[in-house]
Design a protein around this ligand. Structure first.
Ligand code: A2P
Length: 328
């Protein structure tokens, strides 16, 4: 039985974390729900009990929890995760604040295992999580040479504020979260721009893919795009393998990979769709075809629920993975 805290319990990801903890019957003896001072004192009903949210303070972060699931943005994480860690809690952090630090594990349980040199474990970027799940079996069987991503990311990836811009934009209201309307539009801009011309989101996909797959020399590039879709991200993955492969071999590999579902029957218009992915735990792949502009290259269309596998579910799976490691 664990002492669990969720930081950001009123957010889209925090709410999904509660849902996943319930669905997976994660055993806990206490559950503490932290928010900013704005939502402190709010009631949240969970498993027949009413919990009152608390504002997170330095003093409260000094209490020891078995697991702290953090999803309250980078600034909150930078400030509070090290305090929780120093108090002996294991922090599973959904923000990008610590992901690229050398001694911090960046984990997708289907792909890699925490070394636990630090007690802060980073949950990767949403689009990266869903992409490395199908890339891993390709890496193991054929080797990877290059990956080029184009993403089609849902507004729920920007939290409540992103969702509001889409819903209110449909009523003709101006955006408050995005720099341009997202309703009836496509924004080639997620997170802030870097000097290179890439966005931080694109750079996260590039850096995190190499770190999770433990392939520092892999060639990776990305274009990240926000689309007017409520939930579930889609990623067009263009992958160049080291060794030759056939479409049938790749399909068969995906059919036998845990956490991956193959939907690839174009003669019946069957391929992964964001609307069919929402609420599901798996990563869906399809439209697998040869890219004959390069040697050993393939296109793969990939969808996943960005709030589940892209965030809350992956975080709870990390908790389960550590639970299993501790009980081996
Ligand atoms: P609050 O409801 O008080 O704003 P989302 O990204 O979906 O909007 O969710 C962000 C989550 O992070 C919310 O639960 C929000 O709480 C929480 N949050 C924001 N700032 C802090 C903070 N300083 N300490 C704790 N939780 C925070």
């Amino acid at each position: 039985m664990y002492k669990i805290a969720i930081v950001g319990a009123t957010g889209l990801v925090g709410q999904k974390m509660l849902e996943v903890i319930d669905r997976k019957n994660i055993p806990f003896e206490s559950l503490t729900l932290f928010t900013s001072s704005r939502s402190a004192g709010k009631s949240i009903d969970f498993q027949g009990k009413t919990y009152i949210t608390e504002a997170l303070t330095e003093e409260k972060a000094n209490d020891k929890y078995d697991f702290v699931l953090m999803s309250a943005g980078g600034t909150t994480s930078l400030k509070f995760s090290p305090i929780f860690e120093a108090a002996g809690s294991i922090v599973i952090d959904n923000s990008s604040a610590f992901r690229m630090e050398e001694d911090i594990d960046l984990i997708v349980p289907e792909v890699n295992q925490p070394q636990l040199n630090r007690k802060i474990i980073a949950n990767p970027n949403c689009s990266t999580i869903q992409s490395v799940v199908p890339l891993k079996p390709l890496q193991d069987k054929f080797g990877l040479k290059r990956v080029a991503y184009t993403t089609y990311q849902a507004v729920s990836g920007s939290g409540v504020a992103g969702r509001n811009d889409l819903v209110n934009g449909a009523k003709g209201e101006p955006p408050t979260n995005y720099p341009h309307p997202i309703y009836n539009n496509v924004l080639p801009h997620i997170d802030s721009f870097l000097e290179s011309g890439y966005t931080k989101e694109e750079q996260k996909m590039i850096d995190e893919t190499k770190k999770i797959l433990n392939l520092p020399d892999l060639k990776v590039t990305a274009t990240c795009v926000r689309v007017p879709v409520q939930d579930s991200h889609s990623v067009a993955i263009n992958v160049t393998l080291d060794q030759p492969a056939t479409i049938e071999e790749i399909r068969s590999l995906f059919e036998h990979t845990e956490g991956v579902v193959l939907i690839d029957d174009v003669s019946n218009n069957q391929y992964p769709l964001a609307i069919n992915t929402t609420g599901k735990d798996e990563v869906f792949v399809g439209r697998i075809r040869i890219d004959d502009s390069l040697e050993n290259a393939f296109h793969i269309w990939c969808t996943a629920d960005n709030l589940l596998k892209g965030a809350a579910l992956n975080a709870v799976q990390i908790l389960e993975q550590i639970h299993q490691q501790n009980n081996q």
